[in-house]
Design a protein around this ligand. Structure first.
Ligand code: NAD
Length: 382
């Protein structure tokens, strides 16, 4: 059977996660990768066992065999790469954030629509199966009216002033850091599970490490070695380590989100709680196979990720029985399963996966949040 041929641009942390998930799908074949130089492309191709490699992504886009492209490069490159890929007639699966401005994201939505190509943004957290279950619970009225939403996305990988990455540099990451990088996942997820749009917000940012120490050589070079002060350069930091955002939803519900990339011990913890008029639920990404359900007049419950316990429309996201835990890599597989069903013409109706329109929505929220923080006031979401 002919497989769909795929190219992957950027093979740092997340590119290989896409490649692994694509290989688990079976019906697609990763035939090429592109990296920032020929040398890096060649070594990554060898490591990842991929035949074709390019030191310039534009050459990958000229490869006629390739039908779809995954963009896994730093944020500032997403727009130019997605635009070029669409112009070459490729379907595009782009990492979040879709772009670094609303204007760029709008252009991509319009172009993808004009070209009639499949377009997706990797808001993979939606694909923990219990998030689909929760969306169905909201649909079916199990929650009643949603009064309030609160939660956070906490990480500690930037805890030390010596922690450094391209995400700290606005020309590579965009003007927002914690909100664009992890707040975007939280807001996408909340709007997805609740079906409620955020209409107004009030944000407060903080940058705790105002100066960070940038290693003067690639960090890998130092693996296992102790760095001395001369190995670093002081760099002023002007993007947020932390943000709290008060939210109002279209149903007059209220919310609050905190994001923090310097929260010791929290490796990668997205948490939220929805308080509804019938019951409450809580979920966290570090224990993704269960939902807590809270009741006022009876015992609280734990719903386990088990195909026999969820609504029928959630079952297709569960590939293993209860107790056989599914996690982060599985979310990529499940998202891509739905995207490639669309590409191969086996999906009917509107896309079930996050599209460029969802990527644009996150850019709109992100810009409203930055605007609110800089004006120190409530802002309506445009
Ligand atoms: N959905 C998720 O859960 C998730 C998780 C992590 C990262 N991401 C997103 O994935 C993207 C990449 O993040 P990462 O953590 O993998 O970063 P990374 O730095 O580990 O990897 C980026 C890769 O892109 C390559 N690259 C840079 N310039 C390039 C160019 N011109 N052409 C081709 N390749 C180029 C780099 O060499 C590197 O290999 C970011 O946009 C980030 O927001 C998403």
């Amino acid at each position: 059977m002919e497989k769909i041929k795929v190219g992957v641009i950027g093979t740092g942390f997340i590119g290989p996660a896409h490649i692994e998930a694509l290989r688990r799908l079976g019906k697609v074949e990763v035939v090429a990768l592109a990296e920032s130089s020929d040398k890096l492309a060649e070594s990554k191709a060898q490591m990842l066992q991929i035949d074709r490699h390019y030191g310039d992504y534009r050459l990958l886009l000229k490869d006629k065999d390739i039908q779809s492209v995954h963009i896994c490069s730093p944020n500032y490159l997403h727009y130019e790469m997605a635009r070029a890929a669409l112009q070459e007639g490729k379907h595009v699966i782009c990492e979040k954030p879709l772009a670094v401005s609303v204007h760029q994201a709008e252009e991509l939505v319009e172009l993808a629509d004009k070209k009639g190509l499949v377009n997706a943004v990797n808001f993979n957290i939606r694909y923990y199966p219990l998030m689909r279950q929760l969306r169905l619970m909201v649909d079916k009225g199990d929650m009643g009216q949603i009064f309030a939403v609160q939660g956070s996305y906490l990480q500690d990988w930037l805890f030390h002033p010596t922690d450094y990455n391209w995400r700290l540099e606005p020309d590579q990451s965009g003007q927002s850091r914690a909100i664009a990088d992890i707040g975007s996942h939280w807001m996408d997820l909340i709007e997805y599970v609740t079906h409620l749009k955020i209409t107004e917000l009030c944000a407060d940012f903080a940058t705790f490490h105002k100066i960070r120490k940038k290693p003067l050589k690639p960090v890998e070079t130092y693996a296992g070695k102790v760095l001395s002060p001369k190995d670093y350069q002081d760099v002023p930091i002007n993007t947020e380590d932390y943000a709290t955002v008060l939210l109002r939803f279209e149903n007059d519900g209220r919310g609050v989100m905190t994001v923090n990339q310097v929260a010791a011990g929290r490796k990668n913890r997205l948490y939220f709680e929805l308080d509804g008029s019938r019951q409450a639920v809580a979920w966290e990404s570090e224990t993704p196979n269960q939902i807590w359900i809270g009741h006022r007049d009876g015992n609280n419950e734990i719903l386990m990720r088990d195909p026999s316990l969820v609504y029928p429309d959630c079952k297709n996201l569960i590939d293993y029985p209860g107790g056989h835990n599914e996690g982060f890599p599985d979310t990529f597989k499940q998202l891509l399963k739905e995207v490639y069903a669309q590409i191969s013409g086996r999906a009917f109706g509107p896309p079930s996966y996050p599209t460029f329109a969802d990527g644009l929505r996150e850019m709109v929220l992100c810009e409203a949040i930055m605007d609110s923080n800089s004006k120190r006031t409530w802002v309506k979401v445009g």
